[in-house]
Design a binder for this molecule. Structure first.
Ligand code: NAD
Ligand code: WQD
Length: 349
């Protein structure tokens, strides 16, 4: 397959920077657009260091139609990987308009500019958060949707918009149909094995692994474990953790699928990207001690509002249609997270 130029929106962020590494290493020229609202351009300098290859960076907001159109006119973009957006669940409840504006409106502007530039190939960062409570704790792509916070609803709305765009192609018999992969991530953790790029949260982390890392390194005193009275094997919440490098490899497999016969007449399909097995909070703490030798000081506190007891992926569709499955184990995820934390105790600062 000829390696064409990929626009990575949000490419300076945690997952986007790892995607840039994987794309460059696989021979794709990379163009990044990021407004640096939740990242630093240093991550992109590190991407170039890891790969020994340059990328083009534009500091711009995806809602800025003029700047975005200029990028599309200058660069020979064929696929867009769309990571740009806001992602904190709690913040989305406090600032719903900001989340809908960044995520939903931002994606609409991007899609409009893509359509004008005749670029119709899109890999979108969706989330397992789009699923609703269901009878089964293992989620398949056809499990019922029902997000319960503005962040999750922004992802579900974007999925609807992109499905509608693709459906319209059939009605208007589009010559150049949309080819869209909606990738529903479970819980990405880990970092590139070099320890040069990783997750650099602002302030006190919301998510489990960054919190564990900051307790282990002494920046935070104690991990709050949100509830030990769930109907799970040890009472704590179970999630499907996935190494960020496995995750971004799934995006490259998605590009290959979009370029293949499978999508010859266009389409918009959702795929779970997860390992298909879950670990509890206490299992993560235990594994962390085994892998790093560091004991994580923790305290059981009441449940966090909105948390499910257990949630993990059925990843069979991604295996069947994208030829993708996770390769890394929990120990790799922990070792790589810890390596990044130790080498960058202050993140990119
Ligand atoms: P991140 O915040 O590290 O990266 C997002 C990047 O987008 C940042 O660099 C930010 O500066 C940029 N950005 C935000 N709004 C923008 C805008 N309007 N214009 C241009 N750039 C903008 O987050 P991440 O963890 O790398 O997540 C990437 C994507 O994956 C997001 O869409 C997120 O919702 C989705 N996702 C993340 C997770 C997770 O747990 N990390 C899980 C599921 C889905
Ligand atoms: C994992 C487990 C917590 C922190 C979130 C978003 C989701 C997606 C991924 C973007 C749960 C427990 C956590 C802590 C704890 N992001 N926990 N103490 O909630 O599964 O998913 O990130 O799309 O949308 O909701 O991930 O890492 O926050 O929590 O006990 O300090 O760890 O209760 O069981 P979550 P998480």
């Amino acid at each position: 397959m000829v390696k064409h130029t990929v626009l990575v929106t949000g490419g300076a962020g945690y997952i986007g920077s790892h995607a840039c590494v994987e794309l460059l290493q696989s021979g794709y020229p990379v163009v990044v657009v990021d407004n640096l609202s939740n990242s630093k351009s240093e991550s992109l300098a590190r991407v170039e260091k890891i790969t020994g290859k340059p990328l083009s960076f534009y500091q711009a907001d995806i809602r800025d139609r003029k700047s975005l159109a200029e990028i599309f006119s200058k660069e020979p973009i064929r696929t867009v990987m769309h990571f740009a957006g806001l992602k904190a669940v709690g913040e989305s409840c406090e600032q719903p308009l900001n989340y809908y504006h960044n995520n939903v409106y931002g994606t609409m502007v991007l899609a409009e500019v893509m359509a004008e530039a005749k670029v119709r190939q899109l890999v979108f960062s969706s989330s397992a958060t789009v699923y609703g409570e269901s009878a089964s704790v293992q989620y398949s792509e056809n499990s019922p949707l029902g997000p319960i916070n503005p962040y999750g609803r922004s992802k579900a709305m974007i999925e609807d918009i992109l499905r509608d765009l693709s459906a319209a192609d059939k009605i208007i018999r589009a010559k150049l149909p949309w080819k869209i992969a909606l990738l529903r991530y479970f819980n990405p953790i880990g970092a590139h094995e070099s320890g040069l790029i990783g997750e650099d949260p602002n302030g006190i982390p919301n998510n489990l692994m960054p919190y564990v890392l900051q307790v282990a390194i002494g920046k935070l005193a104690q991990l709050p474990v949100f509830g030990n009275d769930y109907p799970t094997r040890d009472g704590t919440g179970i999630r499907d953790y996935i190494h960020v490098v496995d995750l971004v490899k799934g995006h490259l497999k998605a590009i290959e699928a979009l370029e293949s016969e499978k999508f010859a007449s266009g389409g918009c399909r959702a795929y779970n990207l997860g390992a298909g097995r879950g670990y509890s909070v206490l299992e993560i703490i235990e594994a962390f001690k085994r892998v790093t030798g560091r004991k994580v000081n923790y305290k059981i506190v009441p449940r966090r509002a909105g948390d499910l007891a257990e949630c993990f992926a059925n990843p069979e569709l991604a295996l069947k249609e994208l030829n993708w499955k996770v390769e890394k184990k929990l120990d790799d995820m922990i070792a790589d997270s810890w390596n990044w934390q130790c080498k960058n105790p202050q993140g990119y600062a």
